[in-house]
Design a protein around this ligand. Structure first.
Ligand code: ADP
Ligand code: MG
Length: 698
């Protein structure tokens, strides 16, 4: 194993392996299942299972697992070994088609939001043949969907596959209207850019807040942070470079197209981007990437922090979701073309996204809502919580010209009539400049930038695919019944631009003036927290859209809302309890001891000369005593707010209390602790400081 091409995908049961190891008719049948979603018969499944097992055992695998993505946000696996007893007392390695297709894990401990009473513990996992099986360690992992016995989705893959299906169905209707008779499917693809922090394991271990919550709950600003912008794209430190090298190798073996890596804005922050691929596979790959990053970091004495906001006052981590849609023959539907025909089609697909983002701003916000990501959105670094689309000046001017029937003043002065004129050639690189937009058109794809670094990309893409499918459905309904396609198309684009242009904004998304304009003048929604947005998952328009497209049932939506809100509440309560414990057990005693020692030293000095001022000691002791009193009061207040949560009648109310009482209380408690840190001698302070943490990876 020397060159990358020798080992790339070596741990994946991919098309190459299938083609070479499966009997021709089995391969053809499986391919039909993968490409067209035809049903798989048990005979084929048995043959695939046999080949998979033989391949996996040759690679040293002893176990197999149905690998799935429950609503906890991470992946789950339960390992079974291949061994079976032979009549002569020896063991044989066995794996049947039935075991490949379906598993029955005890599902009682996975969140179901009331969809499955715990006494009906069983759920089942069903093989997703569209995502290749792979070997991790000594285990053959089979990507699966996870459902309850009643058939309700208990995972993220099932609705994602449904949303891809819905999008494909509606997009095909549009393509047919444009005379495309050959496309059979339309597929959405994603390239997620993953940000993360690397810190030393030793420092991490010394911080209970990082260990219990993934973020620091205390920490004064270090003398040097990201002010100098000297980290972004800077030289990668040797320890970090070694980590990246190992990581790439591991990802490549799994067929994950890790492509670019660089230092990010904050010290200790980095980014990894793969080459884009089908959304379903991109989702599986991103989950694997996050898992493997943590594993490889541990080998290097590092910890990989995927939390959205591990450090206050330093940029947080996101995940840019680069999304596009293409036909099965590879035509990107978001790419402006060279002919009038292609351009009209492009503009219609563009409008489908504009309408989708405007009508379902709330669903997009909901799809990225977690307690941890709330720290980014709306703070002055990540996109704001208000959703808008950046199109760039050129494309905006084109749409504007169509809407107002005025000549387009771009390259040539022409009245744009769709179907008759060629769009001016768009200069692609000019569209990629705005970094503050939550949803930016970047030449031939959209970049949704609100995702948090730890989010599964499934949620955002479920909503994006569905909302666009909804637009396309409405467009197709209207255009299919038109007598004159071209004028109906022109009218539809014109109307869509007029109705939805409020969502287009090319300016600075971090500007306060924009937030005011967005919310007051344009009526865009601004949900700052998970507690604010999540209840809207059940708004009639959202339920109507998602159920009519077959992406979710109403029960599934209700359960998801509850699970997300429970998760929000539990996350914050754990953080609050961690703070209280750190204050009582470590911080307050440390400050108090330091103050007492200072007082003692002053007293000793005064034995030499009672008139000595001992200004440093006296001032510091006084200030620290004031701070410890504040800390004490605020700790009690925080405890009280936690007790107050019992008064909540339901999860929506509890989440609101968390937002209004617990989170502000945590903010209040942190202030005097961080002030005290700055006044306390290093040897007394019980935890590594921000400076220690941020500059710890070598
Ligand atoms: P930047 O940091 O400028 O946004 P990167 O190169 O870091 O750019 O990331 C761009 C991501 O977008 C990559 O994952 C890339 O594979 C992906 N991408 C490129 N073209 C498409 C496309 N047509 N559809 C989806 N993703 C794409
Ligand atoms: Mg990007």
């Amino acid at each position: 194993m020397n060159t990358v091409s020798d080992y790339f995908g070596s741990m994946v049961f991919d098309d190459r392996v299938m083609r070479s190891r499966l009997p021709a008719e089995v391969y053809a049948s499986l391919r039909r299942t993968i490409d067209e979603g035809t049903e798989l018969d048990i005979g084929v499944a048995n043959a695939v299972a046999e080949a998979m097992k033989a391949w996996a055992v040759e690679k040293g695998a002893t176990h197999f697992t149905h690998w799935f993505q429950p609503l906890t946000g991470i992946t789950a696996e339960k390992h079974d070994s291949f061994i079976s007893k032979a009549p002569d007392g020896s063991v044989i390695m066995e794996f049947s088609g039935k075991e490949l297709i379906k598993g029955e894990p005890d599902a009682s401990s996975f969140p179901s939001g009331g969809l499955r009473a715990t006494f009906e513990a069983r759920g089942y996992t069903a093989w997703d043949p569209t995502s290749y099986a792979f070997i991790k360690g000594k285990t053959l992992c089979i990507p699966t969907a996870f459902c309850s016995y009643g058939g309700h989705a208990l995972d993220k893959k099932t609705p994602l596959l449904r949303s891809m299906e819905a999008l494909s169905r509606q997009a095909i209707r549009i393509l047919r209207l444009f005379g495309n008779t050959s496309a059979r499917r339309v597929v959405s693809s994603v390239g997620p850019e993953q940000e993360y922090f690397l810190i030393s394991k030793e420092m991490y271990d010394a911080r209970p807040d990082l260990r219990f919550t993934g973020r620091t709950l205390f920490g004064a600003k270090p003398p040097k942070g990201q002010e100098l912008d000297d980290h972004y794209f800077g030289v990668i430190k040797p320890g970090v470079a070694a980590f990246m090298e190992d990581l790439n190798e591991e990802l490549w073996k799994l067929g994950i197209l890790a492509k670019t890596e660089h230092n990010e804005v904050a010290p200790a922050q980095h980014e990894l981007a793969p080459i884009y691929t089908t959304t379903n596979i991109a989702t599986d790959h991103n989950q694997l990437t996050m898992e493997i990053m943590q594993k490889i970091a541990a080998k290097h004495g590092l910890v990989c922090l995927l939390h959205e906001k591990p450090f206050a006052g330093v940029n947080g981590s996101g995940k840019h979701n680069n999304w596009s849609i293409a036909t099965d023959s590879g035509q990107n539907l978001l790419s402006p073309g060279d002919t009038p025909y292609e351009n009209a089609q492009f503009l219609l697909f563009l409008c489908s996204v504009i309408r989708a983002v405007d009508d379902y701003q709330d669903l997009l916000r909901i799809s990225v809502a977690t307690a941890s990501n709330d720290h980014r959105l709306g703070a002055n670094e990540a996109p704001p919580a208000v959703i808008s689309i950046f199109l760039g000046d050129e494309l905006t001017a084109v749409l504007n010209a169509i809407e107002t029937d005025t000549p387009y003043t771009g390259a040539e002065k022409t009245q744009l009539r769709l179907g008759a004129d060629v769009l001016p050639k768009l200069r692609r690189d000019t569209t990629d400049r705005n970094r503050t937009s939550p949803f930016a058109f970047t030449g031939n794809k959209f970049e949704f930038r609100m995702l948090g670094s730890s989010n599964s990309i499934a949620c955002a893409n479920i909503m994006l695919n569905s909302a666009v499918a909804d637009s396309l459905r409405a467009f197709a309904d209207e255009l299919e019944k038109a007598d004159d396609f071209e004028s109906a198309l022109h009218a539809l684009i014109k109307k869509t631009v007029a109705d939805h242009k409020r969502i287009i904004f090319n300016g600075n998304g971090y500007d306060d003036a924009w937030i005011a304009e967005a919310t007051e003048k344009r009526g865009l929604s601004n949900y700052r927290t998970t507690a604010d947005c999540m209840p809207h998952l059940l708004d009639a328009k959202n339920v109507g859209m998602l159920t009519s497209l077959g992406v979710f049932s109403e029960d599934e939506l209700r359960s998801r809302r509850d699970i997300m809100l429970e998760n929000y509440c539990k996350t914050v309560v754990i953080e609050a309890n961690t703070m209280i414990s750190m204050v009582r057990k470590r911080i307050a005693p440390a400050i108090s001891r330091f103050a007492a020692d200072l007082a003692g030293q002053a007293a000793v000095k005064k034995t030499f000369d009672p008139d000595l001022r001992c200004g440093y000691e006296a001032d510091t002791v006084k200030t620290l005593s004031g701070l410890t009193d504040l800390i004490e009061d605020r700790t009690r207040a925080l405890e009280k707010s936690l007790i107050g949560l019992h008064a909540a009648e339901d999860i929506v109310e509890e989440a609101a209390l968390i937002r209004d009482t617990v989170l502000p209380g945590m903010g209040e408690l942190r202030i005097p602790c961080d002030e005290a840190e700055l006044l306390t001698a290093k040897s007394y302070w019980p935890f590594p400081t921000y400076g220690d943490l941020l500059f710890s990876a070598k």
